[in-house]
Design a protein around this ligand. Structure first.
Ligand code: G4P
Length: 534
């Protein structure tokens, strides 16, 4: 084998053993707890609380984090990387609050699979539905985990029915609960027929002792609860609720597991399912629709730019998902949009809030590049063979504010701050000749995004701002010709999105959109990606 062939084989092998995924859930369904439980199994962390710094266990290291803590939301996101057997898992964290769903969307652009986490007492909730829609849009395969089975909740069959009826995803349970919610006995493995007994370990997330019991002994010991579970399983067999891998890959069928993240029960089975079923990185299509093989020279895409993560660093970090090739720290990459070379001497990996130097990375991995000015969300980076990946689409904004510097003497800081927040995708910045650059319009999916802008403009860029709410609620993408027709109409205004030059028409409400369309059927008004689940 030549050195080049050996290099290619290594990249293929490393890509094949990687699983890059995220957890989607409604706040409080147990995402942080599950993340810790998964990492504990993989022995990646020593104690619960290390990942998210819950309950102040790790203290507060920046104002930024203080804002998150006060509001009980997670704004910053990080990547957990851990090994389980031969498999290397990259778990990408997503912000929990609905107002930051655009951030979550970008993270979902960088994963190959998602765990849909449900609270057993609540089933599908608003935020889960919204995020599921994003997964469907991107064709991401979903593994479902029904959490909190240790306490009273709903009937398992009813929960499965809800998944099928409301989101059209065919559930295929891999494990099945024995005993009713609140009197939970354990989990039946559908493939082997064995029973894993639930033993409540006191005090938080621990690696649970999981006693595996043969079917006949379980039948004897669990009595009626066992019989009921068997009857339910027979029903599932009858209706064909079994896993079809093609349908799973196509996002039409979901393997379902039950468990409880807090006492860490059923989490090992989930981890093993991710290793076994979640796809490894596959060739990514570029803007021309051509696949970039995972063994091609390095290519990756910026899916997130995050600043102010830690006061000690006071920097910005661009997160890049590797699509192809081998990354080595120090190599020079090309920034596709500008053709400029980009040094990677300071490449990092993120573990929860900690960062360490990263020397090599393979497809599926996430690289952090600090202080790479000019990198914005969606940018492609490559080595040797040029490639450009399709942009990550923006959500349709529903809130609009005019932003002005409080102090005119700070125009420079103001511009720098707005440019930075625009590039990070914190908000979309819209401009128009009529309004001028001193008073651009900020567009957001959720109002909390404006709070982030106000906070950062003041504390990070030293340019406090005034924000004035506008009456608009609906945005459409338009073109120059249509913009001329729309100009001067009441309840409509056309802007140029600064980042990509797209023409965006904003309307007071959707009825105004319909009225314009009735009057001028020739105008182009393309809906943007909806943040609301349909
Ligand atoms: P999130 O990140 O999705 O918002 O949820 P998080 O993990 O913070 O969990 C929300 C609450 O649900 C927490 O309780 C957590 O302990 C609890 N929880 C998570 N998984 C399970 C489970 O399997 N069984 C039970 N019974 N509870 C679970 P909390 O009281 O709000 O917070 P904390 O003080 O325990 O951190």
């Amino acid at each position: 084998m030549t050195t080049a062939q050996a290099g290619t084989a290594q990249i293929a092998g490393e890509a094949a053993r990687r699983r890059t995924f995220a957890v989607i859930s409604h706040p409080d369904a147990g995402k942080s707890t599950l993340t810790e439980a998964l990492a504990l199994h993989a022995a990646a962390i020593e104690a619960a609380g290390a990942v998210h710094g819950k309950a102040g266990r790790r203290g507060v290291t920046s104002d930024w984090m203080a804002m998150e803590r006060d509001r009980g939301i997670s704004i910053t996101s990080s990547v957990l990387r851990f090994e389980y057997g031969e498999v290397l898992l990259n778990l990408l964290d997503t912000p929990g609050h609905a107002d930051f769903s655009e951030d979550t969307y970008r993270v979902l652009a960088a994963v190959d699979a998602a765990i849909m986490l449900l609270d057993s007492a609540k089933g599908l909730e608003a935020q889960t539905l919204k995020l599921f829609d994003v997964c469907r849009h991107r064709g991401i395969p979903i593994i479902t985990f029904v959490n909190k089975w240790d306490r009273p909740g709903r009937e398992p069959l009813e929960l499965l029915d809800e998944v099928e009826q409301r989101i059209g995803l065919r559930p295929a349970p891999l494990t099945w609960p024995v005993g009713i919610a609140g009197d939970f006995r354990g989990l039946l493995d559908r493939a082997t027929g064995t029973f894993t007994r639930f033993d409540r370990a006191p005090g938080g997330v621990k690696r649970a002792v999981e006693e595996v019991v043969a079917a006949d002994r379980a039948a004897e010991e669990e009595g009626e609860a066992w019989t009921t579970a068997q009857e339910e399983l027979a029903l599932l067999d009858e209706i064909g609720a079994t896993l079809d891998m093609d349908d799973f890959a196509a996002g039409k069928c979901t393997p379902v597991l039950f468990g409880a993240a807090l006492p860490n029960f059923g989490v090992r089975a989930l981890l093993e399912t991710v290793c076994k079923l979640a796809p490894s990185p596959s060739p990514r299509l570029d803007v021309k629709g051509e696949p970039r093989e995972v063994t091609a020279p390095f290519a990756g895409q910026v899916f997130k730019v995050q600043a102010g993560m830690d006061r000690a660093h006071r920097d910005q970090l661009a997160f890049i998902r590797v699509s192809s090739g081998r990354f080595e720290r120090g190599m020079t990459l090309t920034h596709a949009p500008s053709g400029r070379p980009l040094a990677t001497k300071y490449a990092q990996t993120m573990f929860g809030r900690d960062r360490t130097t990263l020397d090599t990375a393979f497809p599926g991995d996430v690289i952090g590049l600090p202080n790479s000015t000019g990198l914005i969300v969606g940018d492609t980076l490559y080595e040797k063979r040029p490639v450009t990946f399709p942009p990550i689409p923006a959500f349709a904004p529903e809130h609009f504010m005019v932003v002005r510097a409080k102090d005119n003497g700070r125009a420079k800081q103001f511009r720098r701050g707005i440019d930075q927040l625009d590039g990070e995708g914190v908000v979309q910045v819209l401009r128009s000749d009529v309004r001028g650059d001193q008073a651009p319009v900020l567009a957001a999916v959720g109002p909390l995004q404006f709070e982030v802008v106000a906070h950062r403009m003041e504390h990070e860029f030293n340019a406090p701002v005034n924000l004035d709410r506008m009456e608009y609620t609906t945005a459409r993408v338009t073109d120059a010709e249509s913009a001329a027709t729309l100009a001067g109409r009441r309840g409509v205004e056309v802007f140029t999105r600064r980042l990509d030059g797209a023409l965006i028409a904003v309307f007071v409400d959707k009825w105004r959109v319909q009225a314009v369309q009735r009057e001028h059927p020739e105008v182009t008004l393309t809906p943007m990606l909806a943040a609301e689940a349909g």
